[in-house]
Design a protein around this ligand. Sequence first.
Ligand SMILES: Nc1ncnc2c1ncn2[C@@H]1O[C@H](COP(=O)(O)OP(=O)(O)O)[C@@H](O)[C@H]1O
Ligand SMILES: [Mg+2]
Length: 302
Amino acid sequence: MIEGKNLSKIYEYGFFVKHKIVAVDNVNISIKKGETLCLIGESGSGKSTLGKLLLAIIKPTTGEVIFEGINLNKLKGHELRKIRKKMQLIPQYPDSALNPRWTIYNSIVEPFKIHKIKDYNINELLEMVGLKKDHLDRFPHELSGGELQRAVIARAMALNPKFIVCDEPTSMLDVSVQASILRLLIELQEERKLSYLFITHELDVAKIVGHRFAVMYAGQIVEEGLDVLEDPIHPYTKLLVNVSNEDNEIPDIELEIKKNLKIIRGCKFYRFCPNSTEKCAKEDPPLVELDNKKKVKCHMYI
Ligand SMILES: Nc1ncnc2c1ncn2[C@@H]1O[C@H](COP(=O)(O)OP(=O)(O)O)[C@@H](O)[C@H]1O
Ligand SMILES: [Mg+2]
C-alpha cells in the first residue's frame, strides 16, 4: 500500500554556522491496506517528519516513497496533486488545519473546489463524522476541540483517501472526547479499509488503535512488531514501557535526543543503554528481523 525506503531527512539551520540534524535517519517502513501502524516515540524523535515524508509534504534527503506502486519522488507537481487526494493528514492541532476566518462549511468543501469536483454531498460527510448542519455556518473558534477535530476529519475524508497520517490527533482533547474521536477513526478505517500511520506518545491510545507498532528514537526505528508493548526487547522500548506503566504516558525521559540527532558512528542509544558494549560505540546496529517477525535494532540480538 505505502512504503518508505531508506528515508532520511536532514534539516539545516543557522545562518553563520550551519548545523545539521538528522530528523529521520534511514528508515524503512511499510503499511498494508486496512492496517494501522502505530508510531510511538518521545517528542523530537522524528515522528511528524516521517509522517510528512510519507505524504510527500516534504522532500526526503535520501530514499523514496512508493504509494500504490508509484514512486512519489519522481512525480511532477500536477501528478503529485492528483495522488495527494488519496493521502491525508489529521494533525495534532485541529485549528492549524482550518482557516480561522472561514466557516466550517468553506473549510470542508475546499478540497472539492481545489479538485474541481461539483458532485459532492456535504450532509453525508457531516453525518459520517457526527456533526450537525448548524455547525456549518460557524467559525472554528465557535466549536469545541472535539467538534473541530470532527470537522478536520470530514475535510480529510472528503476526497475518499486511502492513506491517512493521524499525527497525535487526540492529544489536545479531554480524555472523555478522546475516546469518541478514536472510535470514529477506527470506524471509518473499518468501513473504508483505510491505512493509517497513527502517531502517538500515549501508550493507552496506541493499544486501542494499533495493529502493529514501531518505536522511534532519535530518527530511527529501534523496534517494530505486533507485541512491542506487551513484550518490549530493545533497551529503549523497555525503558519507555516501564516508565510509562506508572502513568501510561510516554514521558520525556530527557535522553538528549537532540544531541543524538547529529551524525554519529555508533548506536544512538549507546550513552543511555544499560547493556552497551564497546561495539555499540563504534558500530550502528542494523534493524534485523527475529524469528517471531519482530524487528529490533540492537547488537544484543544480532
Ligand atoms: N522544519 C524544520 N527545520 C529544522 N528542524 C526541524 C524542522 N522540523 C522538525 N525539526 C527538528 O527535527 C526533529 C524531529 O522533529 P519532529 O519530526 O517534529 O519530531 P516529533 O514529531 O517526534 O516530535 C526535532 O529536533 C525538530 O526540532
Ligand atoms: Mg510531532
